[in-house]
Design a protein around this ligand. Structure first.
Ligand code: 13P
Length: 246
């Protein structure tokens, strides 16, 4: 069985004080032992979180660059993450794809750089409202996946986060059926294009307005292996989401 995975993406939120507070909620809470928990604070606070978070809970960067070092102002490298003992990174979040105009190829190059350097990846994919309404959801997410599978073959250090853009930060969560349908389609894509093993073992998590209220129902679906939580990961309710299968 796939281990349930809950990520907290803080996005560009938090301060020294509030990050310590959120880490404190997690350290003090009784968390389901069967869940892998990874929080992604802003880059500036990665080491602070690393210093305060209790062992067993993990940290991810929100982004990484695809080159090892050099004149790339404002970027951070995979080696720097490793040097800071950060073993995960998000890649391809829709806010980076849209606001920062990151293309599928660039997202794939970053994924490859992270994996080559031994950093695990939470690979974010998902369609816009316009694409969903045009019935292009599966086409869009499989195109995003194909860009990655063109560059890498080992999916064992990747968690796929399906985050429909229309559900992010909107309070409009995908219905259980909508989420399960896309997760199942992603899994069958893995089976066909990568391997049976990748399809069986890869965690596919859902993101987009996940809350302590809707997480339980979503967590019952056979192809939903966890969540990537934005807004609610900044609150004590994040603990309830981590514990959604208890
Ligand atoms: P919200 O949970 O705030 O909708 O954000 C989801 C997300 O983008 C996580 O990466």
């Amino acid at each position: 069985a796939r281990q349930f995975f809950v990520g907290g993406n803080f996005k560009m939120n938090g301060s020294v004080e509030t990050i310590k507070k959120i880490v404190g909620y997690l350290n003090d809470a009784k968390l389901d032992d069967n869940v892998e928990v990874v929080i992604a604070p802003p880059t500036l606070y990665l080491l602070l979180a690393r210093e305060h978070l209790k062992p067993g809970l993990q940290i991810a960067a929100q982004n990484v660059f695809d080159r090892p070092n050099g004149a790339f102002t404002g970027e951070i490298s995979v080696d720097q993450l490793k040097d800071s003992n950060i073993k995960w990174t998000l890649v391809g979040h829709s806010e980076r794809r849209t606001i920062l105009r990151e293309e599928d190829d660039f997202v794939a190059a970053k994924t490859k750089a992270a994996l080559d350097g031994g950093v695990s990846v939470i690979l974010c994919i998902g369609e816009s409202l316009e694409e969903r309404e045009a019935d292009k959801t599966i086409e869009v997410v499989t195109k995003q996946l194909k860009a990655v599978s063109d560059k890498i073959s080992d999916w064992s250090k990747i968690v796929i986060a399906y985050e429909p853009i229309w559900a992010i930060g909107t309070g409009k969560v995908a219905s259980i059926a909508q989420a399960q349908e896309v997760h199942a389609a992603i899994r069958s894509w893995l089976k066909k294009e990568v391997s049976e093993e990748a399809a069986e073992k890869t965690r596919i998590i859902y993101g987009g307005s996940v809350s302590e209220k809707n997480c339980k129902d979503l967590s019952t679906q056979s192809d939903i292996d966890g969540f990537l939580v934005g807004g609610a990961s900044l609150k004590p309710a994040f603990v309830d989401i981590i514990n959604s299968r208890l």
